[in-house]
Design a protein around this ligand. Sequence first.
Ligand code: UDP
Ligand code: LCN
Length: 802
Amino acid sequence: MAKSLYSFIDETDLPLFQEFVGELMGSERQILLRNDIITGFSDFLKDGREEEAPSCWRFLRKVQEALVWEGRLIVIYRHRRASCRVYVFNGEDEELGQLEIDDFLEIKEDVVRPDLNPQDRTMKINLSSFYDYGPILKDPQTIGHGIKHLNRHMTARLSNQPDKWHQVLYEFLKLHQLQGIHLLLDGEQIRDAPELESSLEEALDFLDRCDREAGLEYIVSKLRKIGFLDGWGNSRDRIQETLHLLQDTLEQPSEDVQEELLSRIPMVSKVTMISPHGWFGQENVLGRPDTGGQVVYILDQAKALEKHLTKDLALSGMDISPKIIIVTRLIPESQGTTCDQRLEKVHNTKNVWILRVPFVDREGEVVPHWISRFRIWPYLDQFAEDVEGEIQLEFKGRPDLIIGNYSDGNLVATTLSRKMGVIQCNIAHALEKSKYLFSDIYWQDFEEEYHFSVQFMADLIAMNLANFIISSTSQEFIGTEKSIGQYESYQFFTMPGLMHVTNGINLFHPRFNVIPPGVNNDIYFPFSEKRRRHSARELKALNRMIFTGDDADSFGTLDNPDLPPIFTISRLDRIKNLTGLVEAYGKSEKLRSQANLVLVASVIDPAKSGDDEEKAEIGKMYELIDKYHLQGSLRWIGKMLNSREAGEVYRIMADRRGVFVQPALFEAFGLTILEAMHSGLPVFATQFGGPLEIIENYESGILINPTIHEDMTDKLSEFFTECLENPGLWQLYSRKGMVRAQSHFTWDLHCQRLTKLAKVYGFWRYSSSDKAKARLTEYCHLLYHLFFLERANKIPRELKKS
Ligand code: UDP
Ligand code: LCN
């Protein structure tokens, strides 16, 4: 279908636009990204004419990608977040052709791999025919608030077909059990929805009349006689409120009332969290390869969730303690960690455990050594089976909620959820697809090292089958005006010669919810709270270790240790770009005269690293230190700090009026940023990814472009200069960062919302037996067997590391 160019471009701007399109079509590159187009147009206008042609800018800013193909320019026009159209120009016509996504992918494949024979063409995956189940959102701005829309949908169905849905609600309450205890309604006394209404009246009437002094035991026994079992509340008032909520839901349903009713039902007491890769432990693990924020996140989440569920169960009158099991991989060659222990209690909890299950090879032998997260795929199918047995044993039954983490954990959660019939929540933490530019079209170049073909399929399966998905920021789902979201990138993509995904995820389904994490405030608290901090002796030792000590794990001496520190702490992945920060710092004489650079990362001896990417980064670090003669102004601590020490180090940096820098090329969220903010250390963080939503720029922190070294160093240098003129500036950033972190990013808030989601989506799962969802499950199951397992099993199983 053709569309007039005039719907986008003003008549006066048209000649310019066509000229620019002509220039793009003459370009040597056949694939252009948004940034190429924007900078291309800016250069095209030249010399102060950047403000010209506003309608062209409006149009071009929405172009995500363009292909130059057979004398035409084909553009992906993202008219709003999560929604794209494909337009075709021939450079002269005033009309635009429109293409289907499928055709676009075929052309893109042809551009990338013109050598592919038709018979080698790619498997097509289009899940759109399965997407007609459940409520569908309309406005992309509402993506990430799925629960709200689900509630609206469920309330509407209660109002529109009361007989049917009252009965469904009645059945749900009647069948409800927790830890084998039958709760809420006695089906022998209350036999259907109409009887529920009359029994409710009787119960509420009794509660109204009942003597204020009456004991809970008496009230509960009376209610039982009417057919209301345990689980409605822990006091007369609470029971009365909950029964009123039920009555209102039946008589005059509203979203809020229904949500509050569901969130009072004791549905969750046993939770399992799945996180197979990396070194999952409580000490001596952070900073190792594949071992960072996800471990911190899960441990803190589990602790906070135990507290929240304990309160939640008590409020519903249940004398039940929650139990949480974090499932990970058992690594016999544990390198001084606890990763070889089957069961480990999580510190400061009553009933939170780490359960480790080994990977086994084809011969049934336990795999002894650590394996990179990119190579664990062949072990996961058996792992899921073994985990099922182990958690059945530990829980003496099924859990009430399974939470998957990262691509591998989400896939295992999918298998467990299907087999055990338990609701599944996914947390991606970071989807690799967005981190590695062109990891889809040039997948073969990445395959040997990263096996993305397997990982992206695992992602597709898991994200389509999860009952609900949570993320720490909304851009993880739908990106920003400028860049597409991590989930959004699965809507359509091609891996030439392998798979061609026309519809991979429906972002308008209400399963997506944003709930940000917090930090452990026993560890990360303001530097000004002196009485909670380490003893003077410990502080002296830590200061020495970081700034002046000559331990085997530290590198570099500081000529002027009193300069404020630019501090960073991170794993040494390429994407974390610590070497970029070192290079930028090395290039800026001015910044070097204003501040020292202090890094806590990895190990300083490459021989001690078992990860190729990490080894390469360590090597690069030394090259840069040499090249820019950084001896004298850089300290590198290549040592794992325990979390108590790590917390104190942020505060020590604040004592010295330093700053925290997070220079990643892309960061899905960035817990270190929150840790620094909670400690009162001003933050400079990458503008690519989650930090955009954590920080309000030039308010509670400063965003930097890590791909432009001068952007990083100029902003840092300017800050230190201004602080000399106005010492209040440092305090201002420190304070505003703390306020922002404490008001928006806490685990209490997170757990309240997570528990509510589990309950509302739990009811939704029970009450919607949709055929389309069942077909989608079958289809994904096929993809799992025919594609995922097939390719995963071809990944060489690693030999023991020497
Ligand atoms: N961390 C640490 N020591 C290190 C490196 C990292 O304690 O040497 C901790 C850091 O304090 C934070 C987490 O690991 O809690 C990293 O989380 P983030 O979300 O910033 O990044 P990720 O590693 O998950 O990509
Ligand atoms: C993984 C990442 O890459 C970080 O950006 C997150 O903060 C971390 O997981 C926790 O979700």
